[in-house]
Write a protein that binds this ligand. Structure first.
Ligand SMILES: [Zn+2]
Length: 409
């Protein structure tokens, strides 16, 4: 069998970053009448390129299958809407945007971000492949092109609408298989004195926090600032500044401009690169320890759950996020070790987690069943959820987070 090749530099991917075995798509939640049927499992084998160091998951599931009809509407999340508003304020000020400017957002979803641009009287355009969410933006009066971005579609959009002063590609860069063609699409949309911003979960934070459950099939690339800059350079773009953000367990927002007009990068760029180098992310061997760290997280969690089972203690989950499914499938946790989970989203009630078939109930079920332990699956919201669940202590229950190291509190 031939090895997969790097999506940035085409070298053979001979080195494993971490191999999580086989898993179903993490958002493929099951209805009651589906749990007696079969499920398709795909590999979650993440590799690191020995040549350019891009950490990547081969496109085991094509993007068209995942993103052409996407169920996630960004406007449903209060924190994302607030994040978008703050971003627009900063971008407008930083780039001096006004009524004569033009802003394009790629993966514009339901217009959750461009709404803030429009409200400032700035012309804007969305690019979104999922027709159902794009329609919500169109209904709100936000002009949107329904397509995947690449060099060709980017050039077509620029020909129809003009080139943009600001191109926003927040939380999409890691989710495109052909990342070089996508980057060239960004360049095609951009005027020669414009700027591109990209937000990505930061590989450094993933490694430090052992956040391995952020690995799932639609997350194709796990980027450092070094590898992000290498991809953008292929498209003639240079990273000139970077912000470190707390979102998604720790993200980067890069600011890039056409290479011809790029001056010296800021001190922030230097600092992030230095942090990455110090953590070993600028050498191939520096990536070698992650598999062992992941095994440690699994061992601690599984030991804890088996010990609970031995002594007759009950454990329930809190949340049904995609990342929980990576964790539970990798650890082989089924209903025998985690009797049920709860979620605030009514769409998930009465359904079952993919692969593990753990049932999802309304949050009130916790107070009815009074489990001895509640395992918090969206650990990134640990503080907020621990406060919401403070009543668990009324019956002597305790909370558990699985990583970066198992914590019972
Ligand atoms: Zn490579």
């Amino acid at each position: 069998m031939s090895l997969p090749t790097c999506r940035l530099c085409a070298a053979e991917l001979t080195r494993t970053f971490v191999d999580l075995g086989m898993s179903p798509p993490c958002e493929a939640i099951l209805d009651a009448d589906q749990i007696d049927g079969g499920e398709t499992f795909y590999p979650l084998h993440v590799r690191v390129c020995p040549s350019c160091l891009l950490v990547q998951l081969p496109a085991y599931i094509p993007a068209e299958e995942i993103f052409s009809h996407y169920a996630y509407f960004s406007s449903y999340s209060d924190s994302w809407v607030a994040h978008a508003r703050t971003f627009v304020d900063r971008a407008v000020q930083r780039r001096g945007l006004g009524s004569g400017s033009f802003v394009v957002e790629v993966a514009s979803n339901d217009g959750y971000l461009l709404r803030h641009v429009r409200d400032r009287g700035i012309r804007c355009l969305g690019v979104e492949p999922a027709a159902n969410v794009a329609q919500a933006a169109l209904d709100d009066g936000i002009d949107t092109e329904i397509c995947f971005l690449g060099e060709e579609t980017g050039a077509g959009i620029a020909a129809r609408h003009g080139r943009a002063d600001l191109v926003v590609a927040n939380n999409v860069f890691a989710h495109v298989p052909d990342i070089v063609d996508f980057a060239r699409g960004l360049r095609a949309l951009l005027s020669d004195d414009g700027c591109v911003t990209i937000e990505i979960p930061h590989l450094l934070r993933l490694v430090e926090g052992r956040e391995y459950d952020t690995i799932y099939h639609e997350h194709y690339s796990y980027l450092s600032l070094l590898t992000t800059a290498r991809v953008l350079a292929e498209a003639g773009l240079t990273v000139v500044d970077v912000d470190e953000l707390p979102t998604h367990g720790g993200s980067l927002r890069t600011w890039s401009v056409p290479a011809e007009s790029a001056g010296e990068p800021t001190a922030a760029v230097r600092k992030v690169l230095d942090d990455e180098a110090a953590a070993g992310l600028h050498t191939l061997d520096g990536h070698a320890g992650f598999g062992a760290a992941v095994a440690e997280v699994r061992n601690e969690l599984v030991e804890f759950l088996i010990e609970c089972s031995r002594k007759g203690a009950t454990v329930a989950g809190y949340g049904a996020p995609g990342k929980g499914n990576t964790l539970l499938n990798h650890c082989g946790v089924r209903q025998d070790l985690l009797s049920f989970t709860v979620d605030r989203n009514p769409f998930k009630h009465g359904k079952f987690l993919p692969g593990t078939h753990i049932p999802v109930h309304p949050v009130e079920r916790l107070a009815e069943e009074r489990p001895d332990y509640v395992l918090i699956l969206p650990w990134n919201l640990r503080a907020e959820i621990a406060e919401q669940l403070s009543y668990v202590r009324d019956w002597g229950g305790r909370l558990v987070v699985p990583l970066p190291a198992l914590d019972v509190f």
